[in-house]
Design a protein around this ligand. Structure first.
Ligand code: ARG
Ligand code: ZN
Length: 874
């Protein structure tokens, strides 16, 4: 059953207040809910029946204004509770029985390692009680939680705790009140035996906010980083967006079993443990950065999501795209902006472009869906963030801030649309964004074909840019979009040339943003003495593909001269891609372009370069990116070509790598700073390369680093390098030693799983099956599933795409197995198979066959059904 945006109607009834009482027991929970309901004056539904959503609920009773309703007065259809005749305004009391201890879907109220917790976005609240489960119904919640005091000393919900007390039989209760009206997807409840970490934050206006983290006792020492990140986020949102926190308490809870990364429930954010807990000894630099970004993301939602929320789920990117944009600005301000931009662009170009080019392609504001959980996508989040970023680029920072101020002021307390967001930006800036709105409506990645010519007599350089947006399922014949295109021109000595358009008076800038609006247009730059080298789409100013016939010489030139750090990196990537692609399918001994070696030698040896940028530039384009760039991928051949280039570089630069390793060896106390992150990245890259060529010195350095590292980045770096090497005995030894040391830490065990599952040496199918049998593996824990099955299918590409199709069959088998217990996770895991069109026929046929096997499973969930059917149709 498909739901369409065009069918949106305002709710027939509103719920002003919700009074909840939870009785939590080991064999289930009783939920008493009293709703203050009234007819919506804006609805033309009149005296329509009241319809409430439900899922997996046992209904115990229904009462209207305190009077129990008789059998025929309501209808329980399972997914709906319908009360045929209701007055204009009334209280409805519903009592339901649920079984959190048996809830493996992890939606609604469930148990995770002994504690009760909730996940209600998008449609989980209906698994708790009957309710109009849609974001445009906003209510004030009061929540009383009752549970056994010794097993559940901590009882949490949104807002402020207003009452607590003792009950009979060793039970107790706490009542919470949230003064802000909110949609039910922001409701949260936690009950458990948790330790509390306290801190405080004083807002710009002088209000003291209580900050609390709740974690299992064994994690008490892993909270500092998240707490510090939270305080930095609170300060940053005041400084950059003028947004202060609004409640007196802000709480963060860590839970081990969680489908996603984290959830922005009002005043009570709930996190996947792996996205919040960290210590030097157990978390990598990457994890530290991820945690900072996710803590910020969830905190920023308090304004972009909670104070102003979505009218319906088609508007999901209203809060997610904007909030990802906000958290990326924050990370950029906290670390290296160029590196952050490279990371965002890499994710977008590798994974979002693949989504946009596949059967699940959808616009940033989709027009239809079957299961909303399937739309928490890279397109909604990451492309959505790029769309907001383009508005920022077009308006400039001041007008953008005016626009966001107007948006928050105009819509505070409302549930609105992406169009309302754009309108606020338009009204505040005076700019016309009507064509720009197509970014929300049209799916697919725009392709820009750029050509140029130079008129030496006139000194005019002409750049012609044609844009086209490929067809996507259900969408053809697309209109040109409004694209901010940043560029620069370089002279032969690497100098930046003025970009003088005919209309310019006075000095021309050396960096400018062209605004593309036509299917094809030509820009003329005047006053040039020689043909320039163009630096195109600087900072990745729009989420588009750019085709321009760069020569390798030009790319080498940009790699060392472009003042735009992002494009320096991009030139290096394009060069490496070109070299690798030219080797695919060639004989083993085909020569590798020596200019690539020279360029990398320069990168590794010149310590005057920005080391954070160098660390990124040394990463060869990933297999996933190389696949994304091809039309008919032969993964083993791509894997082989990439590995040949890597080994060639490693052999040629062996001494430089050892020197680079030694130069960047840690000195001083561990800190997660851009400089130290770059050093660790460089030394670990050097180590990984040396082990690819069986270098004995590299092996010894790795073993020593593995034993003596004082932080997880270096320990895991050494482990990974050894696991991916030919030193089989070492591999077995370090894997075992690592496991023995960290077996009691789930976050580290997850790393241990994924290092193996992602390895072309340690992650062949029989080994993957063995990991699934390992005592630390747990089918009910999404992180474990992702760390083995997800890492195998998503990162160990040569093994997953084994020519015999065994990788595909394996994935189909696991998806079917998980579909019964956790449909959301099962649907996510299908993703690699949905890309079947990208691959050479021998592969794509087998991928399709695996999809068909999933399709034919009986009792398929709606989540998996949608993904599989759309993939086979696409
Ligand atoms: N709103 C959360 C976030 O982006 C994600 C919730 C995802 N939930 C889901 N059912 N897919 O921070
Ligand atoms: Zn979010």
């Amino acid at each position: 059953q498909t739901i369409y945006l065009r069918d949106y109607r305002v709710p027939a009834y509103l719920v002003d207040t919700v009074d909840l009482r939870f009785e939590l027991f080991e064999d289930g929970a009783r939920v008493h809910s009293t709703l203050a309901v009234r007819r919506n004056p804006e609805s033309d539904a009149g005296a329509a029946p009241l319809e409430l959503d439900g899922d997996s609920l046992v209904l115990e009773s229904v009462a209207l204004n305190g009077q129990a309703l008789a059998e025929g007065a309501f209808e329980d259809r399972g997914d709906k509770l319908i009360v045929a005749s209701v007055p204009e305004q009334f209280d409805l009391t519903v009592v339901t029985w649920i079984e959190p201890q048996n809830n493996t879907r992890l939606e609604g109220l469930y148990k995770s390692s002994g504690m009760f917790c909730t996940q209600c976005e998008a449609e989980g609240f209906r698994c708790i009680t009957f309710f109009p489960d849609r974001p445009d119904v906003m209510s004030r919640f009061r929540t009383r939680i009752e549970a056994d005091r010794s097993a559940y000393p901590v009882l949490l919900s949104n807002g402020n705790d207003v009452e607590r007390g003792e009950l009979a039989d060793g039970r107790h209760f706490v009542t919470w009140e949230d003064p802000f009206p909110k949609p039910c997807y922001l409701f949260a409840l936690v009950a458990g035996d948790l330790v509390e970490k306290r801190d405080a934050y004083t807002t710009g206006s002088g209000r003291e906010i209580d900050l609390r983290m709740y974690v299992e006792p064994r994690n008490a020492e892993k909270c500092d980083h998240a707490m510090d990140s939270l305080k930095r986020s609170m300060r940053w949102d005041e400084e950059v967006y003028g947004r202060e926190y609004d409640l007196d308490i802000f709480m963060i809870v860590a839970v081990d079993d969680f489908n996603m990364g984290a959830m922005e429930n009002k005043g009570l954010n709930i996190f996947n443990s792996s996205c919040v807990l960290a210590s030097q000894d157990t978390a990598t630099d990457l994890a530290f950065q991820r945690i900072e970004a996710i803590v910020a993301h969830e905190y920023f939602h308090n304004w972009s999501g909670n104070r102003v929320t979505c009218r319906d789920w088609f508007q999901l990117s209203l809060k997610e795209g904007f909030t990802v944009f906000r958290d990326s600005q924050f990370s950029s301000d906290m670390g290296s902006p160029t590196v952050k931009r490279i990371e965002d662009a890499t994710l977008l170009r590798t994974a979002q472009f693949a989504e946009d080019g596949g059967p699940m392609a959808h616009p940033v504001r989709p027009a239809s869906y079957m299961e909303i959980s399937n739309f928490y996508t890279l397109t909604i989040y990451e492309k959505g963030a790029e769309v907001v970023r383009m508005i920022h680029t077009l308006l400039g920072p001041e007008l953008f801030r005016k626009g966001s101020d107007l948006y928050f002021q105009r819509h505070d307390g409302q549930a609105v649309t992406t169009d309302d967001f754009v309108k606020a930006m338009e009204d505040a800036s005076g700019r016309d964004l009507s064509q720009f709105r197509l970014w929300y409506e049209q799916a697919g990645t725009p392709v820009l074909n750029v050509s140029d010519d130079f008129d030496a007599d006139q000194g005019v350089y002409r750049l012609t840019i044609a844009q086209a947006i490929p067809d996507t399922p259900g969408q053809t014949g697309k209109k040109p979009q409004h694209i901010p295109f940043a560029l620069g021109l370089l002279g032969s000595k690497g100098e930046s040339l003025p970009l003088r358009l005919a209309a310019d008076q006075g000095d021309a800038p050396t960096d400018r943003v062209l605004e593309l609006t036509q299917a094809e247009e030509t820009f003329e730059f005047h006053g040039l003495a020689e043909r320039p080298v163009p630096s195109l789409l600087r900072q990745f100013s729009a989420p588009v593909r750019v085709h321009y016939p760069w020569t390798r010489e030009q790319l080498l030139f940009l790699m060392s001269h472009d003042p735009d750090g992002f494009n320096r990196w991009d030139a290096g990537q394009r060069l490496a891609v070109d070299v690798i692609q030219s080797l695919i399918g060639t004989p083993k001994d085909t020569a590798v372009d020596s200019r690539l070696v020279t360029a990398y030698r320069h990168l590794i040896s010149d310590s005057s370069l920005d080391q954070a940028l160098v660390a990124k530039m040394l990463q060869l384009p990933s297999e996933a990116y190389l696949i994304e760039l091809s039309d008919s991928a032969d993964v083993p051949a791509i894997h082989d070509a990439r590995e040949r280039v890597l080994k060639h570089l490693a052999i040629a630069l062996r001494n430089e790598l050892v020197a680079c390793y030694r130069r960047n060896l840690e000195s001083g106390a561990y800190a997660v700073t851009p400089d130290q992150i770059a050093r660790r990245s460089l030394s670990n890259t050097a180590l990984a390369w040396l082990l690819q060529i069986n270098d004995e010195e590299g092996r010894e350095l790795a073993l020593r680093q593995f034993r003596s590292a004082d932080n997880m980045t270096d320990r895991l770096g050494a482990l990974r390098a050894l696991v991916n090497s030919d030193y089989e005995d070492d591999r077995a030894q370090v894997l075992e030693a690592f496991y023995e040391r960290f077996r009691d830490d789930p976050q580290v065990v997850e790393q241990w799983f994924s290092v193996q599952a992602a390895s072309d040496r340690a992650g062949q199918l029989p080994q993957i099956r063995a990991l699934l049998e390992h005592s630390a593996f747990d089918w009910k824990n999404p992180n474990k599933v992702r760390s083995v099955i997800g890492a195998f299918a998503g990162q160990n590409l040569a093994a997953f795409h084994h020519p015999d199709g065994s990788g595909y069959d394996f994935l189909a088998e696991q998806v079917c197995r998980l579909d019964d217990s956790n449909p959301q996770i099962a649907a996510r895991l299908v993703t690699p198979l949905t890309r079947w069109k990208k691959f050479a026929p021998a592969y794509s046929e087998r991928m399709k066959a695996a999809l068909e096997r999933i399709r034919d499973k009986t009792g398929l969930s709606r989540d998996v059904y949608e993904v599989v059917h759309k993939s086979l149709a696409g």
